[in-house]
Design a binder for this molecule. Sequence first.
Ligand SMILES: Nc1ncnc2c1ncn2[C@@H]1O[C@H](COP(=O)(O)OP(=O)(O)O)[C@@H](O)[C@H]1O
Ligand SMILES: [Mg+2]
Length: 617
Amino acid sequence: MTRERGTLRRAVRLLGLDTRRVLLAVLTGTLALGCAVALAAVSAWLIARASQMPPVLQLSIATVAVRTFGIGRGVLRYVDRLVSHDVALRGMTNLRTTLYTRLAAGRSEATLRVRRGDLLARVGADVDAVGDVVVRGLLPAGVALLLGIGTVTAMAFFWPPAAVALAACLVLAGVVAPLLAARGARASERRAVTARADASAAALAALDDAGPLLVAGGVGRRVAELRDADRRLARAVDAGAASSAVAAGLGILATGLAATAALVTGIPAVVSGALAPVELAVIVLTPLAAFEATGMLPAAAVSVQRSRAAAARILALLDSAAPDAEPRGTAEPPAATSRPPVQFPELSVAIHDPNVRKVNVGEGAGIVARGLDCGWPGLPPVLRGVDLDVAPGRSVAIVGPSGAGKTTLLLTLAGLLPRAGGTLLVDGDEPTVLDPAERAARVVVTAEDAHVFGTTVLENLRVARGDVTPDEATAALTAAGLQDWLAALPDGLDTMLGPDARTVSGGERRRLLLARALLAPAPLLLVDEPAEHLDPATADALVTSLLAGPRTPAGGPRGVVVVTHRLTPLAAADEVLWVESGRIAARGTHAELSAGLLDYGEAVRRERVTADHRERA
Ligand SMILES: Nc1ncnc2c1ncn2[C@@H]1O[C@H](COP(=O)(O)OP(=O)(O)O)[C@@H](O)[C@H]1O
Ligand SMILES: [Mg+2]
């Protein structure tokens, strides 16, 4: 638990709160509620004094004070909302910026390992939840503390025993009740988490397999499982409700106790003449307002519990992305930082385009892999012993069954996953130790789940390079097989795409990302399944154009690696790698493999027969 506490504190520190603004927010909050307390005190005095029927002039000052405090309370509360939300929103912006910066500069497999929806939830709702701590936890607690001290001090001037009782009751309402509420929330949340996960898993399973289940008569069992999980969830929530009810009750009890204590100690004092009757009214009624601040704290404590879980998720992401983080539980830690002894001479030619860096074309230029093992950190390698040379101007195709590790290989070659063994150099450097910008300047990979932004087509392509001209964009879209799509868009390149790319189909999205990659200046291009969702003829044309004489946007030679499931277009590749069973099962040119490898030749013939069928049909 202490570790959890530290978690929230670390996350709040990442909000980078401005102390002066926080103090201002606490001050305005305290003044707003202070007005409420003063209002209660002055009203009590006014009512009690009026009953003694003094000259009206004596009362008029109090009437003005009542009005002042009444108006001040509303105005100050409004100002307080502005200031405190400003503090929280600035904090959330800071946290998000830190998160983006660290994720962008950090270990990319940290983000690759998290599901997209999960990642969005962390930068979205989780950051909001941490920001909530400020508005709902930190500031109200500060306000309650200051207001409590202020009210008790003021009370002490009138009647010290009542002040002591008020202080004790404020501790009961402001410390004991919130702690109790937090404990209940923690316990019920712990039980609810598993029940909630079980409920969603059961619901998903029932929906996913609805058809087969209906046929097999298994629906009843699944629904019973779902009901059971739902019942456990309801019980867990109910269990938490008891302690939050007690906490709420404690707040009311404390208010009553404070008023009673004031009466019990105050009446004898009035009788003995130590306290004026009007003052008795003030010390009895003022506590009623003083508890307004503590009344919010039990709910605050519960929301802090929730924020703590969000903070833990954010920090886990940040920690796993930290450049010096050990990949969790890696069986064979890659000696990522030790530079391999081989040093390749660097021969470079300058290209006129200022955006394009010098391209290394000497020996050792491009990708050089020797005995490379690829895999996901913490898991055994999925592909072992890859030898590969992709110099600028050379094209390599990778084929193999689904799950063979093709995508994993591409991500490793691009330096987005640490290698699990062997050596890998990109233009003479280990890609994982390169600074991300430098790495992106050398090698670009079309990530399957790269983001399509809620902006125009052209701006989406400019993600690759800020100065892409409309002509270049059109050329790249055409090269990616999107000319018809582009022609059908209402505003051409200026058409807005939906924020979640709703206006783009799966295949179009993938080719849009391909066009983006084509526009990147990097001399090495790695493309994952560009032709998915395309009809065979279009797919073959697209893959052929990628493999045949690849060039950078500036016209320089470009090395490409294309993962594809179509074999027919591979005649255009300089080399074809067949991956299967965790290794490169065969390699050679398309002609060599077609002639020498039975399975390969057979697969090519099948593609041809299917194509012929289609043509005849
Ligand atoms: N994000 C991931 N985390 C852990 N393992 C993964 C991840 N993505 C893929 N894998 C595993 O790596 C293996 C190879 O997958 P992949 O490279 O996607 O194959 P292919 O692209 O050839 O279909 C599979 O066993 C898969 O389960
Ligand atoms: Mg894949």
